[in-house]
Design a protein around this ligand. Structure first.
Ligand code: NAG
Ligand code: NAG
Ligand code: NAG
Ligand code: NAG
Ligand code: NAG
Length: 480
């Protein structure tokens, strides 16, 4: 569904834009927090206390030429658990090619509660590192999964505090509204990628009259049932994988050129099931020292963000082909589970408050039967499946369960999707057409997850919309 991986985060050149990071909610939580952790939006959090950016983002704090400014543009990179301040730093570093957008907005990256520069969710890394199967075949394996989830969640509660029960998307949306008001009560401009689209849709449902423009890129739909989410996501993953296979077996730059990729894939998964493949770069301290088939299945899905052979982009087809080749040669480091990724902990904590799961062994077996039958390439593996399995036994209750939104905005909301997105599948985008009354959906031909950073026609359409507030016509189908 959701994560946008590191590729946006290359910070190479000096920025030419003026922008700043609002990490205002990094302030300590009030000690008396029986209800919401933060004041409700309408209480006008009148002042924002500005502090210096963290070192890696210092380069941002240039004075701005406000003449051409439209206003502030809130951005969210997805996840859940992705850091919006890092996205702003990446934008300053050149991740967005549209000069017009850069000149028109101050970029506001508000790390959602529990994420990044806001109070980061923390958990016991040793418990996280314990290997359990997300595809339990026996009652014992299921009990081990539930037990680990429970102990991990309890450790997160101890290390994070009561915030752990308040990192749901409704709360994050209200925080965005509080910051919008505090920044001067200008109408909301928003660019949400991936899970950021879910955040945007919920904002639009709660505050439909406060929006000037909202572009959602890589559409999540937070109203489907458990089975539908697994099917939509795992089949989107499989569709994308097939496109990658086609490229990897034919492109000159691919180390797997000439391979029958489907045979290769099943063979690699089979080998890793028989005995885990060593990860030479890991020693069980920061990352797991070997990789099994589940690890490959879950790590491949977010490795297809960029449908290009360009190995300088992480999460590109080029890097994935190299990673698979290395694994077949006995080094699976690229697929090894990291124990130190803050995004993983935030994402889990948010996910378990936002999605429901049926916490029984039989339901777990039934999902495996469905995944294997309907999506044999990917076996149901997907971020939705992961969340459902990892939240079995989670100690904090769901507070923002999936439900259909009835979003009635005056302004037209722009939805953008690629036809073969590996994470936020096309069915979710079409599904959201039913939840937004006033919207247009733009489709980019091709694969890959999200479009704005690509700098093609789709980015241009998005840029024009954000700057002018005028939506393109419904049903556009763009080549790049
Ligand atoms: C927390 O707030 C409630 C309601 O305002 C109040 O009754 C209670 O005494 C406060 N608790 C603490 C520990 O300050
Ligand atoms: C500020 O932006 C305006 C509009 O784009 C431009 O005409 C002007 O030259 C700029 N001023 C400076 C000092 O860069
Ligand atoms: C494992 O790797 C980490 C760096 O990732 C290193 O600090 C540590 O010393 C290594 N431990 C052993 C036992 O090799
Ligand atoms: C595969 O191995 C080569 C040689 O060690 C290395 O340069 C490359 O970065 C590896 N690929 C990935 C994706 O880690
Ligand atoms: C799987 O293992 C077999 C037997 O060692 C080997 O011949 C084959 O190349 C391996 N497959 C992959 C994709 O690494």
């Amino acid at each position: 569904m959701a994560r946008l991986t590191g590729s946006l985060l290359h910070i190479s050149t000096l920025p030419v834009l003026s922008s700043f990071i609002a990490s205002s909610l990094a302030a300590p939580l009030p000690s008396n927090q029986t209800e919401d952790c933060f004041p409700p939006p309408n209480s006008v959090a009148s002042s924002i206390e500005w502090t210096a950016c963290p070192e890696e983002a210092q380069l941002l704090a240039a004075p701005s030429n406000t003449t051409a400014k439209v206003g502030s543009l809130f951005v969210n990179p997805g996840g859940p658990g992705g850091s919006a301040t890092e996205l702003v730093a990446a934008i300053a570093g050149g991740a967005i090619q549209s000069e017009a957008v850069l000149a028109s907005f101050d970029f506001i990256g508000l790390d959602p509660r529990g994420v990044g520069l806001s109070r980061q969710v923390r958990c016991d890394e040793k418990i996280y590192a314990e290997r359990v199967s997300l595809f339990p075949k026996t009652r014992e394996e299921f009990d081990a999964l539930e037990d680990k989830n429970k102990r991990l969640g309890t450790s997160c509660r101890e290390l994070t505090g009561p915030l752990l029960e308040h990192v749901d998307t409704i709360s994050a949306v209200k925080d965005h509204e509080a910051v919008r008001i505090a920044l001067g009560n200008e109408p909301f401009n928003y660019l949400g990628l991936s899970y950021g689209a879910q955040l945007g849709a919920l904002y639009a449902a709660l505050f439909p009259n406060n929006i000037r423009s909202m572009a959602l890129d890589g559409i999540t739909q937070h109203s489907q049932g458990q089975a539908a989410n697994i099917l939509i996501e795992s089949s989107s993953y499989a569709v994308s994988l097939k496109r990658f296979f086609e490229w990897a077996s034919t492109d000159e730059s691919s180390p797997l050129k000439g391979q029958d990729m489907e045979t290769f894939w099943y063979s690699l998964l089979g080998n890793a099931t028989e005995s885990p493949i060593p990860a030479a770069g890991c020693n069980d301290t920061d990352c797991r020292a070997d990789v099994n088939a589940e690890d490959i299945l879950f790590a491949t899905q977010p490795s297809m963000v960029y449908a290009t052979g360009d190995v300088s982009r992480s999460a590109s087809w080029g890097v994935l082909a190299s990673a698979l080749y290395n694994a077949s040669e006995g080094d699976a480091t690229a697929f090894a589970t990291s124990f130190t990724s803050p995004t993983a902990y935030s994402g889990l904590a948010i996910g378990c408050l936002d999605w429901t799961t049926t916490p029984t062994f039989s339901a777990s077996l039934q999902k495996q039967i469905m995944g294997g039958t309907y999506t044999p390439l990917t076996l149901g593996a997907s971020q939705s499946y992961q969340i459902q399995q990892q939240c079995i036994g989670w100690p904090a209750p769901v507070v923002n369960p999936p439900k259909k939104l009835d979003i009635k905005t005056e302004v037209t909301i722009l939805l953008v999707i690629s036809e073969a997105d590996p994470e936020t599948g096309y069915p979710w985008a079409i599904g959201m057409l039913e939840e937004f009354e006033n919207k247009v959906l733009v489709t980019r031909k091709g694969a890959g997850h999200t479009s704005f950073a690509l700098g093609g026609e789709t980015s241009e359409v998005m840029a024009m919309y954000l700057i002018t507030g005028v939506a393109p016509k419904e049903g556009l189908l763009l080549d790049s």
